[in-house]
Design a protein around this ligand. Sequence first.
Ligand code: ZN
Length: 396
Amino acid sequence: MKPKRILIHSVSCDGEGQLTYVVRIDGNIERLKTSYSANVVKYLDIDRSDAAVMGLLMFAIENQMDIESELPVSKTLYYKLIHHFIPGICTGNIYRPCIIAEVIHDVVSRGDICATGISCGIDSLYTIMEHEKNVTDEFHLNHVAFLNAGAHHFGSRELIDVLYTGRRDLAIQFSKYSRLPLIEISTNLPEVLEKYSYYNHVRYHTYMMLFCVLQIQSGISKYYYSGGYPYGMFMCGMSGHPDLACSRYDLLTLWTATNSCIEFYSTGGSLSRFDKVRALAGNEYSERFLNVCITSVKNCGQCIKCKRTLLELDAAGIINRYCAVFDVDTYKKQRVKFIKEGYRGAVKGDVYLKELMPFFYKELTWAERLIQRIRIFCGRVVSFIHPDSWKIVIKG
Ligand SMILES: [Zn+2]
């Protein structure tokens, strides 16, 4: 049977930062709409479809579709996709999409923006700290970027809007405080893809970033993309790993998108998460702006990422400096409970908690550790017997 095709038909810009791709997916016409802040509008490129090809690539792989573009694709990107990236990712019986497009010269550089995304998380703040002070001039950060491209998709439409607005306000505050100009980009691409199949940001976020940033590649010399995994955990090849997190192979993806105009860097992979927390000790940005919560605008102190970050700050001996962004007094009351939960997470294999928990082992007696392991065992037994009941057993 002939594979399905995504057709990239055209791209247009209204001159004020509203960019629209018209694409055909599974026979339906879709409009991929993206807005860009005024400071990058002059760099918008409507001569090629590099951004759309990268933005649609994981969707094409997962849905076994080829990508045909009536717009040309840059020669370096095309070469790297065909000869390196697609065969590297699409191993075994994973579908290898064909890219059907005319090939043209790479974009000519017109700007010297050096940027990174601003989420105010540990990885993001570490990248900013490292590239504001510790690098030579040509690598010096001079912008931060706030992308609305799937990261806030959590729960209801109302919650998505609340998270987006709150995080955008925080990015604006950070930009003013740090005096790093803010680039804002917002796209409906995740919503369009969600019409056809389940959108999982963990598998898609690097592709979404490239969709947003490649469209203005002529103005950007360097873009630092904060990695969540150490370089040693690099892994590509989806065969046997259909749910592979895209950040596991950022080194390959970002090399693929790099050309003579724009360079992408996967940053922070030389350190573990806890090493980054320790490196941020004394960093005023982190003490004022650290924001890791996955369920609300301000750090709730109760979700999985808030709990882990509180334990990390505690283990690093800097928890008392973060009273502006966390309710540290409440944490101290719940500390032992969090340590027990963290221990169970480490035993179950969470890489971040495995690194962190040895700092707290002295706080758990051998009997308490045994109890936590028994709870995990009981949870697994009940889960095996009755899959819906396991939460009841391990709760608390
Ligand atoms: Zn939280």
